[in-house]
Design a protein around this ligand. Structure first.
Ligand SMILES: [Fe+2]
Length: 242
């Protein structure tokens, strides 16, 4: 279990002009592992932005696919014949080998998250084209008593290592059930709006916007309690141990 804010994470560049703060990365056998190297399967989770009126450099990554999630601002995403405006709540699945560009045409920064999953040897990524979907497009579900779940992408959409990418809301003054996870998985919650108390095993975190909490492992469990008068909204990703 672990909490880290993106401000605590080092900055680097990706796609030429995208400013990246890598919050979590995949752990390695190296004992001098960097802070935040706690993921078991997913390779990287970052908070990123593009400055106003700046475009990324056209980029194709052969060994991995990416999931972008737009937090704030408006951008233009281009890949092949696809050219589409994206904004808050839009997610983009970019398969390996696809040259893509993200452009910020506005006078305000474009803020987004990037997930990276390296395609394992011998596995072929199922998608060849990019997929754009807003989290509001698919039916809302409910689980763990009070998780209001907006599905974004699953393995039917072309995820390979990840099983689930969601937006999860919890209403004011609500608690989900307490449930536990073993160490052989990834489950991360990133606070987008509002805040709550995330209890993970014996740790108690006040999870504010920009904080990411990893809950694998959590024994006997974890619970994100909304103890405030406003709904909270999170970006969630997981690879389950099934
Ligand atoms: Fe969980």
């Amino acid at each position: 279990m672990y909490m880290r804010h993106w401000l605590q994470s080092p900055s680097s560049l990706t796609h030429g002009n995208i400013i990246k703060r890598e919050i979590f990365s995949k752990r390695t056998e190296d004992p001098t592992d960097e802070e935040g190297a706690i993921l078991r399967y997913v390779d990287s989770f970052s908070r990123c932005y593009l400055e106003p009126r700046i475009a990324s450099v056209p980029t194709a990554l052969d060994d991995r696919q990416l999931v972008f999630y737009v937090v704030d601002g408006t951008g233009i995403f281009e890949a092949g014949d696809l050219k589409q405006e994206v904004g808050e709540g839009d997610a983009i699945l970019v398969p390996p080998g696809l040259t893509h560009v993200l452009h910020n045409p506005e006078n305000t920064p474009l803020e987004f998250l990037i997930l990276e999953e390296i395609i394992p040897d011998g596995v072929e990524a199922p998608r060849k084209d990019a997929l754009i979907r807003n989290y509001r497009e698919r039916p809302l579900g409910q689980g763990h008593w009070t998780h209001l779940v907006h599905p974004i992408f699953g393995q039917d959409d072309g995820l390979v290592v990840l099983h689930s990418v969601l937006v999860v809301r919890i209403e004011a003054m609500q608690t989900p059930d307490t449930h536990g996870h073993g160490p052989d998985m990834d489950e991360v919650w990133y606070m987008l709006e509002g805040n709550g108390i995330h209890v993970v095993s014996r740790n108690v975190y006040r999870q504010m916007p920009g904080d990411a909490v990893s809950v694998a492992s959590s024994n006997p469990g974890h619970t994100l309690i909304n103890d405030t008068d406003e709904p909270l909204k999170t970006f969630y990703f997981a690879r389950y141990d099934r």
